[in-house]
Design a protein around this ligand. Structure first.
Ligand code: BTN
Length: 255
């Protein structure tokens, strides 16, 4: 159980192995009335799900793979991206306790980077009731003690970057504490403030970057992310907003 929180992780399901903590959490939601803030944790996630149908690979016993169930019925569907930003910002804040904060950033939409390498990912799955969310499953994968990433040349871990082994329980505590603090801020109409923090932490903000759209490749300056979670790019003084999936970074780190 997690100590420095009001409700996040007070009820914790910890299994030595499972397919996906997100799938397990969905199952909990469909079969019971879940306790708000329930955390599902596993040491060996063998069928981890990533963004856009990708697989999330994680060596057994080395990393943090968990899901948090929140009752997100206060949040309108049109504001759902505030939740993604809340989680991303809170993960950077949690990791700042273990790594140099200046090297941490958020690569739109949801990747946590250390310099140019991927340290963690987020997969949020929402259920909806009318124009509001009902439950959110917040899946978090952080590379903590893994030393080798054979098929993932752009991945890194806290251990690789610091040379120090970390207790995964301590990382989970930091994650839950920071997540809950920002989540409560979101609940108290703090979405716009969280968006500002997200933009401050945005990878390549103000830089010229190559993007891929269909079969086209183009260069644009990253301006920021808007309330709807769209990436705002400046191409030759023309501003365009892109939804997730409409444009890709030339370099992806999870493949
Ligand atoms: C990404 O592709 O960057 C998102 C990765 C999310 C991985 C985490 S690990 C815990 C949780 N359970 C899953 O099956 N996926 C998420």
């Amino acid at each position: 159980m997690i100590y420095n929180t009001l409700f996040t992780g007070k009820f914790l399901i910890h299994e030595p192995s499972m397919g996906s903590t997100n799938t397990f959490a969905q199952d909990v939601i469909s079969k019971t009335k879940p306790i708000d803030g329930t955390v599902i944790l596993t040491d060996d996630q063998c069928q981890g799900k990533g963004q856009a149908g990708n697989v999330w690979q994680s060596e057994a016993g080395k990393n943090l793979t968990c899901s948090v169930i929140y009752d997100s019925s206060f949040l309108e569907v049109k504001h759902q991206y505030f939740l993604n930003m809340t989680v991303a910002v809170s993960l950077v804040e949690a990791l700042a306790g273990f790594l140099d904060v200046n090297a941490l950033s958020i690569k739109w939409p949801n990747d946590i980077l250390f310099n140019n390498r991927k340290l963690g990912g987020i997969l949020i799955e929402n259920s909806v009731q009318g124009s509001f969310l009902r439950h959110s499953v917040i899946g978090i994968g952080l590379n903590v003690n893994q030393a080798v990433f054979n098929e993932l040349p752009h991945a890194t871990s806290v251990m690789i970057e610091t040379g120090t082994h970390q207790d995964i329980g301590n990382v989970l505590n930091a994650v839950c504490e920071n997540l809950e603090r920002r989540y409560l801020q979101l609940k108290a109409n703090g979405g716009p403030k969280i968006l500002n923090h997200y933009n401050e932490l945005l990878y390549k903000r103000g830089s010229l970057v190559t993007f891929i759209q269909g079969s086209d490749r183009f260069k644009a300056v990253v301006l920021g992310v808007d309330q709807q979670g769209r990436l705002i790019l400046d191409q030759n003084e023309e501003t365009t907003a892109f939804r997730f999936g409409e444009v890709k970074w030339q370099y992806e780190y999870n493949k």
